[in-house]
Design a protein around this ligand. Structure first.
Ligand code: SAH
Length: 442
């Protein structure tokens, strides 16, 4: 596995950070129907077996929530799962260009919407803080453009371990962090360039105000309910103890209808679906905030437009992992259903996408940025890693086609004038939204 040490490349920055041969989570999908290995009795398995014995089989959503974010033993809470030594790799960890182009996207939207005197950048699930670090570097480089704008950073993170890594990445220990475990703002600090950063566990606790929201590989970890169509109607897939082996879990079907069935669209034609009510709650909150106080949300993830069926899968050490084996030691994920996100948002805001990552990054000028970095770099190993990173992000067989970009914006930003209806087309012409249309370079 080749890993490039960070080195400075070009004016914006840091590194070609290639961890190229690792597994990324959108790579392929499987249901966890592979023959289950013997499940080591992890603390979470013991907890779940106890819970199922006391109250009966649990939903896949409850299982996912416990396994990923249980405050004592959840997969995300106490470990760094990203990169070569972890379980999977993400776009910002592969190439600095990814975060840089997203930084340009926020500045472009800020300019297109009248250069407000202040904005908040809010990231959901910031991982190691690499993405927001790259965005902040762009903000510093374009300081003359943003000079009269008051910027603050707000990170929504449930993982104690990752929040510590984010603080290290972003603050460079410039000033001591303020900690307050019981408060909704559990940590505060200053970025290397002096921008205030606050940490929260819930989006609801982030102050309201003109904001740009960013969610990269966040929605795919939110808990899904799974349903199977049967001659008796939809039946929810539940998780039960295997009657043959008391420390093994297995999938079963609920004997009768369950409440989450309400989330299945009435015109549904698939015979197996995954629904994610928690994603709906987050989209509702984002939409309401954007409709009332302005801004935009940029969501990037692997997913589909209401077409896929069984995408629930696990990852451990860059390999696919049976979802029911050794819970708490592997990542669990399901493809994002963008058609559901769009349906939830549409009353309040306009949505763009999903469009493929390769199209979005191309429209944002990835080729121009790559050329600048290649021209500025003199080491052949750095050039090679920049090219490998580009290939990983853009190649349709790698991340280029599987990852998608989706945006939420105020109706008037997309349709012009006041809220547009089909009967009343827009009168005001609006500038195209970068990434979803080709960006004009001046
Ligand atoms: N965006 C990063 C990390 C993706 S992994 C990247 O692309 O590299 C998912 C991230 O979401 C992790 O930071 C994880 O701790 C966080 N997370 C998972 N569930 C969460 C929840 N319910 N609320 C807030 N953050 C969550």
């Amino acid at each position: 596995m080749s890993v490039l040490v960070r080195s400075r490349v070009g004016s914006l920055g840091a590194a070609a950070r290639a961890v190229i041969p690792c597994l990324w989570r959108g790579q392929c999908f499987s249901s966890g129907n592979e023959p289950a290995e013997r499940s080591p009795a992890t603390p979470l398995l013991r907890h779940l077996v106890y819970k199922i014995k006391s109250t009966g089989p649990i939903t896949v959503a409850e299982y996912m929530k416990e396994v990923l974010t249980n405050p004592a033993k959840g997969y995300y809470v106490h470990r760094d799962m990203l990169g070569e030594k972890g379980d999977f790799v993400t776009s910002p960890e592969i190439s600095q260009i990814f975060g840089e182009l997203l930084g340009i996207w926020f500045i472009s939207e800020w300019m297109a919407t009248g250069k407000s005197t202040a904005f908040q950048l809010v990231e959901l699930g910031p991982g190691r803080g690499t993405l927001v670090g790259d965005v902040l570097r762009v903000f510093s480089q374009l300081g003359s453009v943003l000079k009269n704008c008051d910027i603050s950073i707000h990170l929504v993170e449930v993982s104690q371990k990752l929040s510590e890594i984010q603080a290290l990445t972003l603050t460079g220990e410039k000033a001591p962090l303020e900690r307050s475990a019981d408060s909704p703002v559990y940590m505060k600090g200053l970025s290397k360039s002096g921008i205030p950063i606050s940490w929260y566990r819930n989006l609801q606790d982030v102050p309201k105000g003109f904001s740009f929201y960013l969610a990269h590989e966040f929605f795919d970890v939110l808990p899904v309910h799974k349903f199977q169509k049967t001659p008796q109607g939809w039946r929810e897939v539940l998780i039960d103890i295997d009657p043959q082996e008391s420390d093994k879990l297995r999938f079963v079907l609920a004997p009768c209808a369950t409440a989450a069935e309400a989330f299945i669209h009435r015109d549904e034609v698939r015979d197996h679906v995954e629904v994610c009510p928690e994603a709906g709650v987050v989209i509702q909150e984002l939409s309401q905030r954007i409709a009332v106080t302005g801004g935009a949300a940029l969501i990037a993830d692997y997913g589909h437009d209401g077409t896929k069926t069984d995408t629930f899968r696990g990852f451990c050490g860059h390999k696919l992992h049976d979802v029911l084996t050794a819970p708490g030691t592997a990542d669990l994920t399901a493809d994002v259903d963008f058609s559901y996100l769009r349906r939830v948002a549409q009353q309040q805001v306009a949505s763009l996408g999903p469009i493929k990552q390769q199209t979005f990054l191309k429209n944002m000028g990835i080729d121009v940025r790559l050329k600048i970095l290649l021209d500025k770099s003199h080491e052949s190993s750095v050039k090679q890693h920049l090219l490998q990173g580009y290939d990983m992000l853009m190649n349709p067989k790698k991340m280029g086609d599987r990852f998608h970009f989706f945006a939420l914006l105020p109706h008037q930003r997309v349709h012009g004038g006041s809220h547009q209806t089909e009967a009343r087309p827009p009168k005001v012409s609006v500038s195209p939204v970068a990434g979803f249309a080709e960006l004009a370079w001046h």
